[in-house]
Ligand binder design. Structure first.
Ligand code: SF4
Ligand code: SF4
Length: 324
């Protein structure tokens, strides 16, 4: 949205949480199988999702009914490289005119064939989740360990990339456990030519043994990472920026979750939920209903109205969270 007037109107609508007539972003859970079993993953332990792949036909039907979209993210809980038809799914979205198609991978399965397919498929954004720079089989961590080898694979992908697409970002879940590694990861990402580093907060509500920062510690450590990234010459996104920046003025001053403003989550079975952290809060079935009817339904409106109550358990995007 380059037009300045449109941009202004868009910002004003966000500020007062005046949702668009239909969602513009969709996250497709194309599979919830995974080759890892991270301690921090709520997929099976907390959400208890039924492990399955999204059939290609379900994806095609869901995509057709959600169009037009500005962004299709083909990752929910699970590892997208495990889906046999991932590249057909990416190509289909691009062929249907979706300008941005993204996936997030833990990178373990990246090999030459996947690298070639990722570069040729029309994918526009690739996120690789790595939380430390340990060698494979190194110390057990809460998240995506063994990052040394994965960063080498990402380096190979970047050497073969022609031009700026797909954008390649490093996604790091921060905790006291990887405090020092994050500095090294930022340096490594900058050194191999990644486009950005996105730092995320650890979701610990289903496992109280996971250690994470208090809100104040998080702000402090994020400020250090931001300065470090500036020196290393790589773009960075942090939870601190979300709360200190312009976004704190939007979505009714932080009262509403930005995720719910213009996006929906599509489960492997074609059910629509507000986000990946609410996989059981079904708003409708995209295979049998129109998206406009689901998006504007009484149930969805009630959810938006009572969001603070429904999302009381979630502090992933909350500046008021209290660490234990
Ligand atoms: S890689 Fe992602 S989906 Fe797989 S177990 Fe880890 S957190 Fe869960
Ligand atoms: S607050 Fe959390 S659970 Fe609620 S919509 Fe946002 S991300 Fe999802």
């Amino acid at each position: 949205m380059k037009n300045p007037v449109k941009k202004l109107v868009g910002g004003a609508r966000r500020a007062v949480y005046l949702v668009p007539r239909r969602p513009e972003f969709a996250q497709f859970e194309i599979t919830n199988r995974c080759n890892l079993n991270c301690a921090m993953c709520p997929r099976t332990k907390f959400y208890k999702v039924k492990i399955a792949d999204m059939p290609y036909e379900v994806y095609e039907q869901a995509l057709n009914k959600l169009l037009p979209l500005r962004l299709a993210t083909l990752t929910g809980w699970g590892e997208p490289l495990l889906h046999k038809r991932l590249y057909d799914m990416i190509r289909l979205a691009r062929a249907r005119g979706v300008p941005s198609v993204a996936i997030t991978t833990n990178g373990v399965l990246l090999n030459d064939e996947h690298i070639e397919n990722l570069l040729e498929s029309g994918l526009t954004a690739l996120r690789v989740s790595v939380d430390d720079l340990a060698e494979p089989g190194g110390a057990e961590t809460a998240g995506h360990g063994g990052g040394a080898e994965i960063m080498n694979k990402v380096a190979r992908l970047l050497e073969r990339r022609k031009g700026a697409s797909p954008q390649v970002a490093l996604a790091v879940t921060i905790s006291p456990e990887n405090r020092a590694d994050v500095f090294r990861l930022i340096d490594r990402a900058a050194g191999i030519g990644m486009d950005m580093v996105a730092l995320m907060r650890l979701n610990d509500r289903f496992d109280e043994s996971l250690k994470r920062y208090t809100f104040e510690e998080e702000r402090q450590v994020c400020a250090e990472y931001e300065s470090h990234a500036a020196r290393a010459g790589i773009k960075i996104g942090t939870p601190r920026q979300m709360f200190d920046g312009i976004r704190s003025l939007l979505y009714r001053g932080g009262e509403k979750c930005p995720v719910t403003y213009d996006s929906v989550y599509v489960t492997t079975e074609g059910k629509i939920t507000p986000c990946c952290a609410l996989p059981k809060l079904v708003m409708g079935d995209i295979l049998t209903q129109d998206i406009a009817d689901i998006w504007n339904s009484e149930k969805f409106k009630r959810f938006r109205r009572d969001q603070r109550k429904v999302c009381a358990h979630c502090d992933l995007l909350d500046k008021r969270y209290k660490a234990r």
